[in-house]
Design a protein around this ligand. Structure first.
Ligand code: TYM
Length: 333
């Protein structure tokens, strides 16, 4: 951010397809938490976005509840940030449709996520998957967000949201603020432990690829101990050492130590000792989250009151922009 002291509007979302990963946590949620003290923050579960792939309804319902509690357990405080569930705020789908009409076929065809997901699910390349960035643009633009804190993989989607906003403003006047990405230099792309050439992902089917925020300590340790690395022994950051680079990044983000400090700390100790230390650091980082999550899951009444209130406030805020859009377009109000 530009260092100005005034409060900014921060918005970001996450799909509740499955339990959040360490990648989601380091790449996005840690920043969300950090930003909530000094800014007006809106964070939500992007459940409408999950409909672009097929999930069991029962599974989606359970994961949405589990992950709503997980947002709070990770430190997002309902008294500080507005936390809500996308499908409970009808302005998103409505603005999403309108913005689809201001998004070009050519730009959507260039989206890497669309290309990747089409390859992953060749049997279900639906229109929602293609138009996904228009709904995401609506999510962002409805709240007049200044910054969108995400991992590296969402940069292209934020750029298209900016293009859509500029196009719309060009035609109808200043309706939307132009949002900027907020992506950390370090940790914006955490890689799979099983295959460090690939991004750590919630949907990874490899049992030891992603570390999940609710994994038990012994599972976390097992995943780190079996993390894929090269045939070397020195804990040094460098080219061709994707596995070690990834572990160093994780360790650095969790302990706030620089690469130089880490290299010094593990000099002459070999990969085994380092993997164990990373596992331990991650276990300690996630322990309070898992415990708080367990406690929250028993308090269904509190959770429900949080998401109901969140949806109500989000609706009131987003409706202002939607009304402006509709008026500008000539929709009879
Ligand atoms: P999603 O659910 O895939 O991921 C949520 C957030 O986690 C980040 N992330 C990662 N960061 C570092 N390393 C990784 N391996 C890693 N994997 C995921 C993502 O960059 C993201 O910030 N389209 C979005 C959800 C969304 C959204 C929005 C985000 C819908 N509407 C509006 C921002 C604003 C998504 O699928 O994120």
């Amino acid at each position: 951010m530009d260092g100005e002291s005034e409060r900014k509007i921060i918005l970001s979302g996450i799909q509740p397809t499955s339990t959040f990963t360490l990648g989601n946590y380091i790449g996005a949620m840690k920043n969300w938490k950090k930003l909530q003290d000094e800014n007006d923050c809106y964070y939500f579960l992007a459940d409408l976005h999950t409909l672009t792939i097929r999930l069991e309804p029962k599974e989606l319902r359970a994961k949405t509840a589990e992950n709503f509690a997980l947002l709070i357990a990770c430190g997002l405080a309902p008294e500080k940030s507005l936390i809500f569930i996308q499908s409970q705020v009808p302005t998103h789908a409505e603005a999403g449709w309108i913005l689809q009409c201001y998004t070009q076929f050519g730009e959507l065809s260039r989206m890497t996520q669309f290309k990747d997901k089409s390859k992953q699910h060749p049997e279900n390349i639906n229109a929602g998957l293609f138009a996904y960035p228009s709904l995401m643009a609506a999510d962002i633009l409805l709240y007049q967000a200044d910054y969108v804190p995400t991992g590296e993989d969402q940069k292209q989607h934020i750029e298209i949201a900016r293009d859509i906003a500029q196009r719309f403003n060009g035609l109808y006047g200043e309706v939307f603020k132009i949002p900027a990405p907020y992506i950390s230099k370090q940790g914006a792309r955490i890689m799979s432990l099983a295959d460090p050439a690939r991004k750590m992902s919630k949907s990874d089917l490899h049992p030891r690829g992603p570390v999940l925020l609710l994994d038990k300590p012994e599972i976390i340790m097992r995943k780190f101990k079996s993390a894929k690395t090269d045939s070397g022994t020195e804990v040094v950051y460098g080219e061709g050492k994707d596995g070690i680079n990834n572990l160093m990044t994780i360790y650095s983000c969790v302990t706030n130590r620089s690469f130089e400090e880490i290299e010094r700390e593990f000099s002459g100790q070999g990969y085994g000792a380092f993997k164990k230390a990373v596992g331990e650091a991650v276990i300690e980082e996630l322990r309070p989250i898992r415990e708080e999550h367990e406690r929250l899951m028993k308090d269904k009444i509190y959770l429900e009151s949080c998401f109901r209130q969140g949806a109500e406030k989000a609706f009131a805020i987003s409706r202002r922009t939607l009304t402006k859009m509709k008026k500008k377009l000539g929709l009879l109000m």
